[in-house]
Design a protein around this ligand. Structure first.
Ligand SMILES: [Zn+2]
Length: 87
C-alpha cells in the first residue's frame, strides 16, 4: 500500500468544487460586504456564490479573502454530496 503524499494530491482550493446540484463548474464568487461586530471586534465577509442554475447562496467567512470563500464553498459542496450519497 502506497502512502498518499500531499505532492500526489495537489490541493484544489484554487478551483471551486463543481456545484453539487447541477454539476456545473462555473461558480461565481461575488463579495458583497464586510460586517464588523463592535462587541466581539470581529469582521465577517459576506459572499454570494452563484452557479449557472442556482439563485445563489450566501457564504460568510472571517476574512475578506477569496481563497477562504472558495474553501468555504468547497466544504459546503462536499458535505452536500456526502448527504446525497447517504440517502
Ligand atoms: Zn449548479
Amino acid at each position: 500500500m502506497k502512502p498518499t503524499t500531499r505532492e500526489t494530491r495537489p490541493r484544489k482550493w484554487r478551483k471551486p468544487t463543481p456545484c453539487p446540484i447541477c454539476g456545473c463548474t462555473r461558480i461565481g464568487f461575488q463579495w458583497i460586504a464586510t460586517a464588523y461586530n463592535p462587541i466581539l471586534h470581529t469582521t465577517r465577509a459576506i459572499w454570494r456564490v452563484q452557479c449557472r442554475h442556482r439563485q445563489g447562496i450566501l457564504i460568510i467567512t472571517r476574512h475578506n479573502d477569496l481563497k477562504e470563500a472558495i474553501r468555504a464553498w468547497n466544504t459546503r459542496a462536499n458535505k452536500h454530496k456526502r448527504k446525497a450519497k447517504e440517502r
